[in-house]
Design a protein around this ligand. Structure first.
Ligand code: MG
Length: 381
């Protein structure tokens, strides 16, 4: 029987890659619902191509497509769905994710903010409802695949009744997230005060939306991915490492306590992690991705990131042991600062101090974090 998909964020780059996977496996998948943010015309075109009746859009529109949070939540809980691909950018993904879990649907999760902002709550509801959260992010898919070398399931897909002493995470020494390092990693005279928006948007390996591209340039993206990994795999902050790997071929490692270092290698193409999430626990017989070549394996480089050059990542390493109250501050203060940088209101050098100011205020509500960050932007403008 075909697996029935609802895709939220259908017109973005994850949505595009997801539909490439569906196209490559017409025997396995069927799309039953599509949602996007603002692109009503693009969504209509996709609906026509894929013969999808159920649509939703974040923004009000002239196409007669149901809009707003309620419409997204309704689509995410569509009774005929088997799995919901969650790829709406930012915290807007939270409410539809919760709605999908309540409806008992498995989630293929790309929107990292959902776990970064509300990981404890989301993972608790997941366990209660017996819903599986399958990571789409390339690093988390890699970690998930590395953990499959254990006989026990990774935390994010586990039924609740297993014996905790056998869990994979008790066998892990370190989880090593790889990072491309972004456009500035090799720039010797890096001065964040002189970084232009255009140069920060010029990512060497991955083509992504503007917010996540800036986060890659500052390496804050890796910090948010560390938080995502904590929640998905029940890890302790002390178990997390980051290695810069400019070729983006090794997507992450798990180092077990018996010293085995397990890695997942593949082309830097989101279609593979998406496909693995959608076919898990199976592996498909093919993927719409070029094969790995021996030539690509000749020069794989790995390096510890210099945290003094990437102060946003340094802040994450310092904040995580202080507790999960730091997670929403790290993400919201960063989101406000990046938006101001993209609008050329502040320099890139102000992003880390704005996050640091947020952390120095201690635990706060989401509204307080946002209001303070806006004030800090004005101070740094
Ligand atoms: Mg990633």
């Amino acid at each position: 029987m075909k697996k029935r998909l609802v895709i939220l964020g259908a017109t973005g780059s994850i949505g595009e890659s997801t539909l490439r996977v569906v196209e490559a496996h017409p025997d396995r998948f069927e799309v039953v619902g599509l949602a996007a943010g603002r692109d009503a015309v693009g969504l209509r075109a996709l609906a026509q191509k894929w013969q999808v009746k159920h649509l939703a859009l974040s923004a009000e529109n002239d196409e007669g497509i149901p809009s707003g949070v309620d419409a997204l939540c309704e689509l995410a809980s569509l009774p005929e769905a088997d799995i919901v691909v969650m790829a709406i950018a930012g915290i807007a993904g939270y409410a539809p994710t919760m709605a999908a879990i309540r409806a008992g649907h498995d989630i293929a999760l790309a929107t990292k903010e959902v776990l970064v902002m509300a990981g404890d709550e989301v993972m608790a509801l997941r366990a209660e409802k017996g819903v599986r959260i399958l990571p789409l992010d390339s690093e988390h898919s890699a970690i998930f695949q590395c953990l499959q070398s254990m006989a026990t399931m990774p935390a994010c897909v586990r039924p609740h009744h297993a014996d905790p002493t056998t869990f994979a995470e008790t066998r892990i020494a370190e989880v090593i997230l790889t990072a491309s390092g972004g456009p500035f990693f090799k720039q010797a005279d890096l001065d964040w005060g002189k970084v232009s928006v255009a140069s920060a948007l010029n990512h060497p390996r991955w083509s992504m939306g503007p917010k996540v591209t800036i986060d890659s340039a500052t390496m804050m993206n890796k910090g948010l991915e560390m938080i995502e990994a904590l929640h998905l795999f029940h890890l302790d902050p002390k178990q997390l490492r980051v290695w810069v790997h400019p070729q983006s071929i090794v997507h992450s490692f798990v180092q077990f306590k018996d010293t085995a270092l397990i890695a997942q290698l593949a082309q830097p193409d989101m279609a593979l992690p998406i496909q693995y999430a959608l076919t898990w626990p199976d592996r498909a017989l093919h993927a719409p991705v070029p094969e790995m070549t021996l030539a690509q394996m000749q020069n794989l480089e790995f390096a510890e990131p210099d945290l003094n050059r990437f102060p946003c990542l340094k802040l994450v390493f310092e904040a995580l042991p202080r507790g999960s109250w730091t997670h929403p501050i790290l993400t919201l203060a960063n989101e406000v600062a990046v938006k101001a940088f993209l609008a050329e209101q502040i320099s890139a050098a102000a992003i880390a101090p704005i996050i640091e100011a947020g952390l120095s205020r201690g635990p706060q509500s989401f509204e307080e974090i946002l209001a303070h960050a806006e004030e800090d932007v004005v101070r740094w403008a």
